[in-house]
Design a protein around this ligand. Structure first.
Ligand SMILES: Nc1ncnc2c1ncn2[C@@H]1O[C@H](COP(=O)(O)OP(=O)(O)OP(=O)(O)O)[C@@H](O)[C@H]1O
Length: 253
């Protein structure tokens, strides 16, 4: 694999995350649901990819399997060159902590901690020291400098999600998984978060994979991967809200 060097000099193999023939089945016997029916897909380092598809098409399942949050029933997942399928719980927890950032729809911040403590908690639990310059970069880019001492309840939804973005990026993960990151935000706050995710890719060399229902949110990505019925159903490079909408209509979403 050839190396990709970002503007910040971050070097990675081309596929930050790759799934091969991924199968996930929920339940057993007559009630079994084949949520992923053999999905092979690679996510290039230094790119922003959106996963889209009709309700029930397997988006969340794919993200959970890619991030090692759920076991798979067949196939494999590699993150940054490490096969995560087959790792024991301890190694998987460590890999998630060290190499993956998460942004969830519901922010998931600890209410008793300040914004700064929330951002740094993961590193602290891992016994790692923050890189001060990197911390300052993301705090300033996210416009959180004057909010660092505030508790989540003292922040707007958009500010809370920006704290969650900073928390996801502070350890410079191999990949950030964002699950409907704008689902609880008004359109202006959502646009700010999406702008930041895109900027973290373009300027800071990060890799972001986002599940979304929203064609406008998907249009911030470099590429959209489409799922239908647990299978890959196509992809769109340099998507626009219109091209995504028409692809989804084609899939019957
Ligand atoms: N824990 C579970 N137990 C049983 N079936 C499940 C479970 N989680 C998901 N499924 C089923 O697997 C299929 C894929 O679900 P998944 O949540 O991945 O789809 P999705 O594309 O993310 O849907 P949505 O857009 O509605 O969030 C669906 O048929 C769903 O009902």
């Amino acid at each position: 694999m050839s190396a990709v060097v970002s503007e910040t000099g971050r070097v990675g193999t081309q596929a930050a995350v790759a799934a091969s023939s991924l199968v996930k089945v929920y339940g057993k016997g007559d009630t079994a649901v084949r949520a992923l029916g053999g999905v092979s897909v690679a996510f290039q380092a230094g790119k922003f990819t959106a996963i889209m598809g009709p309700s029930g098409s397997g988006k969340s399942t794919l993200m959970h399997c890619l991030a090692g949050l759920d076991n798979v029933d067949g196939g494999s997942v590699h993150i940054g060159g490490t096969e995560i399928t087959g790792l024991n719980d301890k190694d998987l927890t460590k890999l998630r902590r060290d190499r993956i950032g998460f942004v969830f729809q519901a922010f998931n911040l600890l209410p008793t901690l300040s914004a700064e403590a929330n951002i740094l908690l993961g590193l602290e639990l891992a016994g790692r020291k923050p890189d001060k310059q990197w911390f300052d970069t993301i705090v300033d880019v996210l416009g959180l400098r004057d909010r660092l001492k505030h508790k989540p309840s003292e922040l707007s939804g958009g500010q809370q999600q920006r704290v969650a973005c900073a928390r996801a990026l502070v350890a410079r993960p191999d990949v950030v998984f964002a699950d409907e990151p704008t689902g609880n935000l008004d359109s202006r706050s959502g646009a700010e978060v999406l702008d930041f995710l895109r900027m973290s890719v373009r300027k800071l060399g990060q890799t972001v994979i986002m599940v979304t229902h929203d064609p406008v949110a998907a249009s911030y990505a470099d590429r959209v991967v489409l799922l239908a019925d647990g299978h890959l159903a196509g992809e769109i490079q340099n998507p626009t809200a219109d091209s995504v909408l028409s692809a989804l209509k084609h899939l019957g979403a």
